[in-house]
Design a protein around this ligand. Structure first.
Ligand SMILES: [Zn+2]
Length: 71
């Protein structure tokens, strides 16, 4: 049994049935969790929103240099 790092809900994960890199989702808070370690299972919260924001900002910065004057 593993606890969700986000909401501490118990997640029924069998360390023999998961692989590193496997993506699970918490049944309580529905956050996506990556299995970063097995034996014992360790879960890492995947925060897609933050990643998307970072990517968007990078794109804006790259495009911004040329597009800023046009807009
Ligand atoms: Zn949770």
């Amino acid at each position: 049994m593993v606890r969700c790092p986000e909401c501490a809900a118990e997640i029924d994960v069998d360390e023999d049935e998961v692989e590193e890199g496997e993506i699970l989702s918490c049944p309580e808070c529905e956050v996506e969790l990556e299995v970063v370690q097995t034996h014992p299972v360790h879960l890492n919260v995947i925060s897609e929103e933050e990643e998307e924001e970072e990517q968007d900002q990078e794109k804006k910065e790259v495009l911004g240099e040329e597009k800023e004057e046009i807009e």
